[in-house]
Design a protein around this ligand. Structure first.
Ligand SMILES: [Zn+2]
Length: 86
């Protein structure tokens, strides 16, 4: 299992920052905060289960206007961002 789903460090941190406010599971926001503070490798097995169940599936989301997957909170893929930023 690729825990960061291929995101680079900056993209991963941005997605976790976004998801901290979005996640619905009561423990998931705390897990997000811990990842931001001390990193993914610090999670206990129980926290990792919360991560895999409630955060990991949401790390990527569809671009607002095309089927490409982008980091959570980004909105548009690079191609669409060029088109819609004008
Ligand atoms: Zn797009």
């Amino acid at each position: 299992m690729d825990l960061t789903r291929g995101l680079c460090h900056e993209e991963f941190i941005a997605a976790i920052t976004h998801l901290e406010e979005m996640v619905s599971h009561p423990s998931a926001a705390g897990v997000c905060r811990q990842i931001l503070a001390v990193g993914l490798e610090s999670l206990s097995p129980a926290q990792l289960a919360v991560y895999e169940g409630y955060i990991w599936p949401n790390l990527l989301e569809r671009c607002a206007t095309c089927p490409k997957m982008v980091p959570a909170g980004v909105g548009y893929c690079p191609v669409c961002a060029i088109e819609y930023d004008n």
